[in-house]
Write a protein that binds this ligand. Structure first.
Ligand SMILES: NC(=O)c1ccc[n+]([C@@H]2O[C@H](COP(=O)([O-])OP(=O)(O)OC[C@H]3O[C@@H](n4cnc5c(N)ncnc54)[C@H](OP(=O)(O)O)[C@@H]3O)[C@@H](O)[C@H]2O)c1
Length: 283
């Protein structure tokens, strides 16, 4: 049954709300008294966080347990969100994973493609009506583009020569292309933007192995930002009434600095069409 929310408060949906950045964002927005719907996989952890957020400043928090590493899992999450609300004011997408080794989803995709990119692409489509009924602002927690990154249409699922950096490069490029293309089609009513969280010590490196694990361990404490800094751009975007769309916020904790995403349109359209097919979505 849909929830009844206080009319002055925003309805904010946060994917990955049980992890480092998503959880910090959920806490900050709950402190402002907003109504939060958040997702993660672990029910016990999610229920505990929901209780904590609900005891904050009159906020209401609802948890949804969902695994988004498959097309069906992403669709189930969209259905669960629709059951709780028919309007979304702010949609913050912060699911993510880094995998040193390629793990394959039910559909033959590599895991981080589903969790980091496809989940965002599909949910933005599946929740279009709810976004239109609310203020409908989409904020994607992402990262900068990697030099030389491409969308590898000949082997989109990286079945050959998989590497952590190749997967990060393709995922981030796909996220930026999605924001550009979505903005072109819906940005006047549903603004969409990508925010760089920068390097933060969270659970994101749990599947990183070998030399890169060592790099994370050694350089992490030196280079990482605090979580408080990492969420500044997200909170600023959530709070502003601005209608900017199709931008990337590249500098951590500097929400005034933004760059219009300006990538190859033909590639972005091709990826959009391919993603519709993978997600079995209507155009
Ligand atoms: N940390 C960084 O240095 C950094 C840098 C740039 C960008 N980012 C981006 O920031 C976002 C958040 O990352 P984080 O650092 O906060 O990572 P995190 O602490 O590992 O949190 C990731 C979140 O995603 C959820 N998640 C992971 N796999 C999932 C799956 N298969 N199904 C459903 N939910 C899943 C986790 O849920 P569970 O609690 O169930 O695991 C958790 O809520 C990601 O998009 C990441 O790419 C992070």
């Amino acid at each position: 049954m849909p929830l009844t929310f206080g009319s002055m408060r925003k309805i904010i949906v946060i994917t990955g709300g049980t992890g480092g950045i998503g959880y910090a964002v959920a806490s900050a927005l709950a402190q402002q008294g907003n109504n939060i719907i958040f997702q993660g996989r672990d029910s016990a952890k999610g229920k505990k966080i929901a209780m904590e957020l609900s005891s904050t400043n009159g906020s209401t928090a609802r948890f949804i347990a969902a695994d988004v590493s498959s097309v069906d899992g992403i669709k189930d999450l969209a259905t669960a969100i629709k059951k709780l609300t028919n309007k979304i004011d702010i949609f913050i997408q912060a699911t993510g994973v880094l995998n040193s080794e390629r793990c394959e989803t039910k559909e033959g995709l590599y895991g981080s493609f589903a969790v980091n990119y496809l989940c965002k692409f599909m949910l933005d489509h599946l929740l279009l009506d709810e976004l239109k009924h609310g203020q409908g602002k989409i904020i994607i927690v992402g990262g900068p583009l990697r030099k030389g990154a491409t969308i590898n249409f000949n082997d989109l699922h990286l079945k050959t020569n998989y590497s952590l950096f190749k997967s990060i490069g393709q995922n981030q490029l796909a996220i930026h292309m999605h924001a550009q293309e979505f903005s072109k089609r819906y940005g006047s009513t549903i603004p969409i933007n990508v925010v760089n969280a920068g390097m933060v010590k969270t659970g994101i490196d749990r599947n990183v192995k070998g030399f890169m694990k060592l790099v994370f361990l050694v350089l992490g404490p030196i280079l990482a930002n605090s979580i408080e800094k990492a969420i500044i751009n997200v909170i600023a975007l959530a709070e502003t009434g601005g209608k900017d769309s199709g931008y990337f916020y590249p500098k951590v904790a500097k929400p005034a600095i933004k760059e219009k995403i300006n990538l190859d349109v033909a590639v972005a359209v091709k990826l959009w069409d391919e993603s519709l097919k993978i997600g079995k979505l209507n155009a």
